[in-house]
Design a protein around this ligand. Structure first.
Ligand code: G1P
Length: 291
């Protein structure tokens, strides 16, 4: 069985839920305190032991490439002003090797993944969507948890958690059967953003996948589905019908940073966890809540 060596980050969407902020700035660059969302994702991939990363970008996404590029003037300024710790931090980011491909038309997540076909080149690969950050503290990164399940099953693994009834219509929802591991389901079917009555469960795909390479042949045949877009969910359900697709209930606190409230929760909670900011920020929050 092949080891997972590659990961793909689809980041070509318009980010309409965050307009007007995302008019000229990619939503993946929205900061969680002082780090862009996409950097948390790249760090999760690296912490999972994957070094080959492809970002699928699109129009108005240059800021992402600039963020992971070297910045000679800034580096020189930090060196000259003795800000060596910050310089080290900046250098760490530009040392990460990232590949880019553009999705020419925004035809959906399935179409975006299809743009990774050449990069993936017949290997199983990881996917993390730009909107979903998972905090696992000292535990295993969420993507690594899925990779461990791939090592056990040899199949595609979809990262899932149970969501509230009113949230099922925002996600790909799993119809699965239990395996001997209570956190692992064998997927029988999957529905993209169903209404509550049609939802087979409340077990939702939350932006992390390990996918076997047959997905590309299937995506090439996949017609537009929900919302007129080519859906990754529709390709995964074809694979599930053929067998060997699993859904794993990963451990970790997940934030939907593409949603305004989810984004605010992420900023507040990540700030509270920081040694340099946490204690004073907590005092501040207490103070305004008492008013
Ligand atoms: C996408 C997928 C959906 C998944 C979700 C996770 O939807 O199509 O199946 O549950 O991401 O965040 P999007 O949120 O991009 O519309």
């Amino acid at each position: 069985m092949m080891k997972i060596r590659k990961a793909v980050i689809p980041a070509a969407g318009f980010g309409t839920r965050f307009l007007p902020e995302t008019k000229a700035m990619p939503k993946e660059m929205l900061p969680i305190v002082d780090k862009p969302t996409i950097q948390y994702i790249v760090e999760e991939i690296l912490a999972s032991g994957i070094e080959q990363i492809l970002i699928i970008s699109g129009h108005a996404k240059r800021a992402i490439e600039n963020h992971f590029d070297s910045s000679p003037n800034l580096e020189e300024h930090l060196r000259e002003s003795g800000k060596l710790k910050m310089l080290e931090e900046i250098n760490k980011i530009s040392d990460i090797k990232i590949h880019y491909v553009r999705q020419p038309y925004q035809r959906g997540l399935g179409d975006a993944i299809l743009c990774a076909k050449e990069f993936v080149d017949g290997e199983p690969f990881g996917v993390i969507l730009g909107d979903d950050i998972v905090y696992t503290g000292s535990g295993e990164p969420a993507l690594k948890q899925l990779m461990d399940q791939y090592d056990k099953t040899g199949g595609t693994v979809i990262g899932c958690q149970v969501v509230k009834p009113e949230q099922v219509s925002a996600y790909g929802i799993i119809d699965g059967t239990q395996t001997s591991d209570p956190n692992l389901l064998k997927v029988q079917d999957m529905v993209e953003k169903p209404n509550l009555e049609a939802a087979p469960s409340r077990f939702a795909a939350l932006g992390r996948y390990v996918i076997t390479p047959e997905v590309f042949d299937i995506l090439e045949e996949t017609r537009p589905g929900k919302g007129g877009e080519i859906q990754l969910t529709d390709a995964l359900r074809v694979m599930a019908h053929m067998g060997n697709v699993y859904a794993y209930n990963f451990q970790g606190k997940r934030y939907d940073t593409g949603d305004k409230l989810g984004y605010l929760k992420a900023v507040v909670e990540f700030a509270l966890r920081r040694e340099d900011l946490g204690p004073t920020f907590k005092e501040y929050l207490k103070g305004i809540m008492e008013k």
